[in-house]
Ligand binder design. Sequence first.
Ligand SMILES: [Zn+2]
Length: 122
Amino acid sequence: MSKVYNTTSSRFFCTKCGREGIPVHRKKGQEREDGHLKKLYCMYCQEEVNHVEIKEYGNYTVDDFKQEYELGRFINGERIEKKDLIECSNIDCPFNVDGRCWNSNYSNDCGHRIQKEVDENG
Ligand SMILES: [Zn+2]
């Protein structure tokens, strides 16, 4: 029986400013799912903001966060589920990922966002 605690360290990135915060160590077995959001104090924003957790050996990487952050997927620190994102047919748009618009925070005014109020049978 070993008394060494198996810990794993996670990196945290602020969903507001995109910068890296202070890493957190977790005991093995207490890890959260990939890309888990956790409210932490951001020294740059100087307030508590949701941070994305990037585990040492997870499937969610810094590149995944950068993509989500740069495309504007976070609104007020929350992330919209992929299935709930607006569908987009403009496959040339850099914000279009697998047919969904990742620009949830509307930082990019592409003009392709159509509200589903139009009667498509007309
Ligand atoms: Zn921040």
